[in-house]
Design a protein around this ligand. Structure first.
Ligand SMILES: C[S@@+](CC[C@H](N)C(=O)[O-])C[C@H]1O[C@@H](n2cnc3c(N)ncnc32)[C@H](O)[C@@H]1O
Length: 379
C-alpha cells in the first residue's frame, strides 16, 4: 500500500502520524474491514536512571546497540541519549549557546542525516514468506520491543484501535515507579490496544484490561498474546474483559468471550488496589460515565485504591466562545472537583503528578497530564 488516505471524519493519533509516510505492509483486515498495522515500540531502558527526557536538554545522538538490532528491513527509531553536563558542554558554541541538532524534516532528509535520525514510532517492515504468509524475522521476543497491532485512522467511535500519547505517559510512570505496582492487581479502563496494560503486567500480578466492543477487545487480546513473553517473565497476567462505563454491571453473558465469571468478579473486588486509564476524556457524556464507574467500582473494593489518569489537553477553536478552548479537559477538571468534594461514602484526594520521571518511549509530552487520585472510605 503506497499511499494511505484519510477521510475528513476520521481521526489519527499523532503517535501514528509519522508511520503513514513509511513503506509498510498492513498485517490483516479486522472483522469490520479496517486495515490493521503492527508497530514496534522500543523501550529505552537506558533512560531508567536518568531524569525526565522532556525536562532536560535532549541531544539526539546515534545509538550503536539499536543500530545493531535494526538492519534495513526494520525501521526502529534510534534511541536518544540524554547527556550529562560535561557532554552538553561539548555541544556549546564559542558563545556558550547550545547547538541543537534538529530532527530531519522529511523521509528523504532522514536518509541523508543518518546520525541523528529520530522517528517518533517505528513501523515494522514485514516480509511475505515463501508460503505467502507475513513473516517477521527480527526482534522475536526481544524484551526491548513491544509489538502492537492497531489501525491508522478511525472514526471517533473506534479511537481505541489507535495508541494515544496518554498511554505512553502512563507507561513511563509505571516503568519508572515499578515498586508502586509490583505484585498488585490493577484495572485499566478504556484500554484500547492494551499497550498500557501490557506494560503494567510487567510488574503487576493481574491486570484486568477492559474496554468495549468485540472487535476492539479482539485486537487487544491479540496484542496481549504478541507480548506474552513480557508478562511471563515477570509472572504477571492480563485478563481482557468488557467493561462499559455506560452500564452499571459487569457483563456476565457466557456467550461473550470477554465477559466476567463470578470468580473474576470476586477476585477483582477482593484484590484490586490500582485503577488506571489513559486518554479517556474526550467526550463529556463519556467522562461523566467514567467518573460514575470509578466511584461505583472503588466503593465496592475491599481495599483502598489509587487511580491514575492521564490525558491530553486538546485545544480547539469553538464558535460558541469564538475562541480557542479546551472543553473536554475543563469538563474533566470539573468532574474531578465535584467528586473530590462530594462522593458518597468515600474521600477522593486528587494530585497532579509532575512529569519529571524518565521517558522510556519517544513522544512529545507537551499538553499531557497525569493525575493521581487516592480513594479512601469515610469512617
Ligand atoms: C482515546 S482512546 C484511548 C485508548 C488507550 N487508552 C490509549 O491511550 O491508547 C479512548 C478509549 O475509551 C474507550 N471507551 C469509550 N467509551 C467507552 C465506554 N462506554 N466504556 C468503556 N470504554 C470506552 C474507547 O473504546 C477507547 O479505547
Amino acid at each position: 500500500m503506497e499511499v494511505i488516505t484519510f477521510t475528513k471524519d476520521t481521526v489519527l493519533s499523532d503517535v501514528h502520524v509519522h508511520t503513514q509516510q513509511k513503506r509498510h505492509l498492513m498485517v490483516r483486515l479486522n472483522r469490520v474491514g479496517q486495515p490493521v498495522f503492527q508497530t514496534h515500540f522500543k523501550i529505552l531502558w537506558q533512560n531508567s536512571n536518568l531524569k525526565s527526557a522532556s525536562e532536560d536538554c535532549v541531544i539526539i545522538t546515534d545509538n550503536e546497540d539499536t543500530e545493531k538490532q535494526c538492519e534495513e528491513e526494520l525501521l526502529v527509531f534510534k534511541a536518544p541519549k540524554l547527556c550529562d553536563m560535561q557532554t552538553i558542554e561539548s555541544f556549546l558554541d564559542e558563545d556558550g549557546d547550545l547547538e541543537v541538532q534538529r530532527r530531519p524534516q522529511s523521509p528523504s532528509d532522514r536518509d541523508n542525516t543518518k546520525d541523528y535520525a529520530r522517528d517518533v514510532v517505528c513501523p515494522t517492515i514485514l516480509t511475505i514468506g515463501s508460503e505467502g504468509q507475513i513473516e517477521e524475522e527480527k526482534c522475536e521476543n526481544n524484551t526491548d520491543v513491544i509489538k502492537i497491532e492497531h489501525t491508522m485512522a478511525t472514526p471517533l467511535e473506534d479511537v481505541g484501535k489507535q495508541i494515544w500519547r496518554g498511554a505512553f505517559i502512563l507507561a513511563d510512570y509505571i516503568l519508572s515507579q515499578q515498586d508502586l505496582f509490583r505484585g498488585c492487581t490493577a484495572l485499566e479502563l478504556g484500554a484500547g490496544t492494551g499497550f498500557t496494560s501490557i506494560i503494567m503486567a510487567t510488574v503487576a500480578k493481574t491486570v484486568y484490561c477492559t474496554d468495549v466492543g468485540d472487535d476492539l477487545l479482539e485486537m487487544c487480546e491479540r496484542n496481549v498474546s504478541l507480548n506474552r513473553f513480557f508478562m511471563e517473565q515477570a509472572g504477571g497476567q492480563i485478563k481482557v474483559k468488557e467493561l462499559d462505563w455506560l452500564k452499571n454491571e459487569f457483563g456476565t453473558d457466557p456467550e461473550n468471550p470477554y465477559s466476567w465469571t463470578d470468580d473474576d468478579i470476586s477476585h477483582f473486588y477482593d484484590e484490586t488496589t490500582v485503577i488506571f486509564a489513559a486518554d479517556v476524556f474526550y467526550d463529556d457524556d463519556l467522562t461523566d460515565a467514567l467518573f460514575k464507574t470509578l466511584s461505583r467500582v472503588t466503593q465496592s473494593l475491599r481495599s483502598n485504591c489509587i487511580i491514575y489518569l492521564s490525558m491530553e489537553r486538546r485545544y480547539n477553536f469553538t464558535l460558541r466562545y469564538m475562541d480557542i478552548t479546551c472543553d473536554a479537559y475543563n469538563h474533566f477538571r470539573n468532574c474531578l472537583n465535584n467528586f473530590e468534594t462530594r462522593n458518597g461514602k468515600q474521600r477522593w484526594t486528587a494530585q497532579e503528578i509532575k512529569l519529571m520521571f524518565p521517558q522510556f518511549f519517544i513522544y512529545e509530552r507537551e499538553h499531557l497530564e497525569l493525575w493521581k487520585i487516592t480513594a479512601t472510605p469515610l469512617t
